[in-house]
Design a protein around this ligand. Sequence first.
Ligand SMILES: C[S@@+](CC[C@H](N)C(=O)[O-])C[C@H]1O[C@@H](n2cnc3c(N)ncnc32)[C@H](O)[C@@H]1O
Length: 417
Amino acid sequence: MAEQTESSKAEYSGDGQYNADIVAKHYNQLQESGREARTESRIYYMRNFNNWIKSVLIGETLQTIKKQRNHKGIAVLDLCSGKGGDLLKWKKGSISRLICTDIAETSVEQSEVRYKEMMNRERYKDQMFTAEFITADCTKARLREMYKDPNIKLDLCSCQFSFHYCFESLPQAQMMLQNAVENLHLGGYFIGSTPHAQELVHRLRESPDMSFGNEVYRVTFDLPDKENIPLFGAKYNFHLEGVVDCPEFLVFFPVLIKLAEEYGMKLCFKKTFAEYFNEQIKNPEHRSLLGRMQALEPYPPDRGTELMGLKNIDYKSADEFIQEAGQTESSDDRHRRRQQQIGTLSKAEWEAITLYCVFAFQKVKDMKTGETWSGSDIPSVEGQGNVSGEAIDSKRKRRLDEATPSDATEEKVAKSS
Ligand SMILES: C[S@@+](CC[C@H](N)C(=O)[O-])C[C@H]1O[C@@H](n2cnc3c(N)ncnc32)[C@H](O)[C@@H]1O
């Protein structure tokens, strides 16, 4: 991996504001699609799947915090909160205080409206969390100076699908991290989801040019070559069917781990979405949530319903899975199986999903006082994923690329589950 190069520094001074403006403009213009439009989207199941990943990550972390804090009120920073897509998760998690912040003013306004609507519908208003909403470039402004209470102690910072914007430059990554963690309690958590740099670079190097993708996503790198990739400012354009079309930056995990240490943060885990899915699906509650959130596409489809992808290309793994299961079953089971559906995702969506990873850091040291965390409640580090961010062996890598949930799960996930 290359050291921070002159080109990455130049990127910061030259393009910094330009990139932030493009991102803010893009998200400001993004229409809030209605339920019907969302259902018709080519990436309907992928969006639900991503939402499931967020729900599980947030839910699991809140559980850990509740035990740690003895069920006292929980305060959360939703960093780059967008249109408030996680408000319901905060409500379900019974938090007491929320700070939402995003660079896109219109999104912040929409999230505030959404919160007020939620509050109006709420019967027991005093049980609902209180919230504040701040428009700011979280990679450049110090958020604590904008909080109603700058000394507020937070239990959790959640940064979903957004952290990559700060790797434009070292100062921006530092500001974002400072914002994420400076108000955290000792023992508090910083969690998130972000594109997985290693996977992006792997696919870039496999591609004949500077771009790769499929019918639902496209990544186009803005780099002079594939070998000398700067640690900051490694820019690519990410296009996701009808949702995202923005400049983003590679987040090199080993660099993030080192930077986070400077803020007293220790990595608990970093896992690809595929790894996290395989691990969390074993929990019956999460499994049933997967069904309720319609995070997998029923296959074969219901009568009169069309598949999201192309039958012969996108559902090969699902067909193979059904066939393999059929070979080991009795004829009665086979007959029953034929009536059943499994849950799967089209290959194109799965290829986009496997670009991402989840992570969790814990504040183990207060850098001002030197006090260290003595609790023992670090969440599961079992199968940490590729913590160093280096060297996934090629066999495992191929499996990751080719797997789809239908062959990743131990059992079929029936639609009704
Ligand atoms: C893919 S959306 C995710 C929104 C939300 N976290 C979610 O999961 O629904 C990315 C968000 O990051 C925000 N963002 C990008 N750059 C930012 C910056 N420099 N400061 C604050 N927010 C930023 C965008 O405006 C957008 O709302």
